[in-house]
Design a protein around this ligand. Structure first.
Ligand SMILES: NC(=O)c1ccc[n+]([C@@H]2O[C@H](COP(=O)([O-])OP(=O)(O)OC[C@H]3O[C@@H](n4cnc5c(N)ncnc54)[C@H](OP(=O)(O)O)[C@@H]3O)[C@@H](O)[C@H]2O)c1
Length: 383
């Protein structure tokens, strides 16, 4: 999954290891600093648990190197993405820090594209300070009049996922009916708002009464239901879509996908973004209703956000004004401090998060405008 990002993450880790060893041998003059880190401690078997991770303090010598093109950063915010589980399970050595998307400030640069003081978002370590060995995978943050943490979600990878998935893969038409699962998650709540602004009829499913209320009353969904309280998902979908579904934005897989297949309209589209209900299972569930793709001529298509990186500038151009005008609203679930990172990440797989789950490593506000906008957006998000 997410081949490009996995490849890059792997590279980062390998290079980072090499860097460390080189530094130990050659750079004894660089000051030793203490670095709080979230370490992959114990192999994940079945579901991710807090005990698989450990917060500890290491002593490190970290320095950017112009020869290797590395950058040395202070991490500010880390994203808790379902994707972190893939990174942990398949790409992280036991004893190494967890990696994932985050927002950071460059303290030293050995790469021509970055300079000291720049703000960036991209793959970094779950630690206070990181040496990023493939900085070309990071995006420089140019717009700082919005809360920087937004670049872990709305203005970062999940936002791009919602944008590319909806506009490029769903092929939406005004007036169509759209169903979104995990609708109160970072991707889902944005897909729903994009679809509403586009002129679709939008329904979402989520795992609590509180989330259903948010979808209907804050994020502007036409309807929503709590899938955990629906004994018959097929009946719930028939109630919300008596004429059927044109577009299903798939985030969960399993039983929900099976029920949706019974309710698709002729020439409907199923955009497969994720299947979070399957990630922690030893044996994935089977799907029984795929025959409906034939008679209803439904197109089912998966996508990976990294294929759409070229659209990022267009995405920002579209979304930044919509945020500032309050046309798109957003909510974050902020865990304060790296020590609360493991619990926050584990919580994503049981729906503890309401909106984007973020870990704040170090708070930073770059301008008065950013602070004012932050307060304004937080106020909007509580209405
Ligand atoms: N294709 C790509 O390039 C790409 C990129 C980013 C994300 N994704 C995928 O998109 C999906 C949504 O990601 P996100 O960032 O929006 O996630 P998120 O904000 O972390 O939210 C995940 C939500 O999924 C729901 N969930 C967890 N376990 C579930 C289960 N067993 N059954 C049903 N729902 C469950 C929970 O909400 P409830 O309370 O509603 O259960 C949870 O809050 C994920 O599947 C992710 O892997 C794909």
């Amino acid at each position: 999954m997410y081949c490009l990002a996995m490849f890059l993450t792997n590279q980062i880790q390998e290079e980072r290891e090499r860097e460390r060893m080189e530094k130990e041998n050659n750079n004894a003059s660089v000051e030793v600093m203490s670095n709080n880190q979230v370490i992959y401690r114990e192999q994940v078997r079945g579901s991710l648990k807090e005990t698989n991770l450990e917060v500890r303090t290491s002593s490190e010598r970290l320095k950017a190197d112009a020869g290797l093109g590395t950058i040395f950063v202070k991490n500010l915010y880390l994203a808790c993405d379902p994707y972190n589980l893939t990174i942990i399970k398949y790409l992280t050595h036991l004893g190494s820090p967890v990696t994932g998307y985050g927002v950071a400030r460059v303290l030293e640069s050995g790469h021509p594209n970055f300079k000291k003081g720049d703000l960036v978002w991209g793959i970094t370590g779950w630690e206070e300070y990181s040496l990023i060995t493939a900085p070309e995978t990071c995006f420089k943050i140019e717009h700082t009049d919005v809360p920087l943490s937004y670049y872990t979600g709305l203005l970062g990878m999940p936002g791009m996922t919602a944008y590319a998935g909806f506009f490029e893969v769903c092929s939406p038409k005004k007036g169509e009916t759209v169903f979104i699962s995990a609708a109160a998650g970072a991707v889902g709540l944005l897909v729903g708002q994009f679809a509403k602004l586009f002129g679709c009829y939008v329904v979402g499913s989520a795992g609590s009464k509180e989330k259903v209320n948010l979808l209907k009353n804050k994020f502007g969904f036409d309807d929503a239901f709590n899938y955990k309280e629906e004994p018959d998902l097929d009946a719930a979908l028939k109630r919300c879509f008596p004429e059927g579904i044109d577009i299903y934005f798939e985030n969960v897989g399993g039983k929900m996908l099976d029920a949706v297949l019974l309710n698709m309209k002729l020439h409907g589209r199923i955009t497969v973004c994720g299947m979070i209900s399957q990630y922690n299972l030893k044996q994935p569930e089977g799907i029984h209703n795929l025959m409906n793709l034939i008679l209803k001529r439904v197109r089912m298509e998966g996508f990976v956000v990294s294929d759409y990186c070229h659209l990022y500038p267009k995405f920002l151009e579209t979304v930044l004004p919509q945020i500032k005008e309050g046309k798109i609203v957003y909510t974050e679930d902020m865990a304060e401090g790296l020590e609360n990172g493991p619990a926050a990440l584990v919580g994503v797989f049981s729906g503890h998060n309401v909106g984007k789950q973020v870990v704040m490593v170090s708070r930073e506000c770059v301008s008065l405008k950013c602070a004012i906008n932050g307060v304004l957006m937080a106020w909007r998000s509580t209405r």
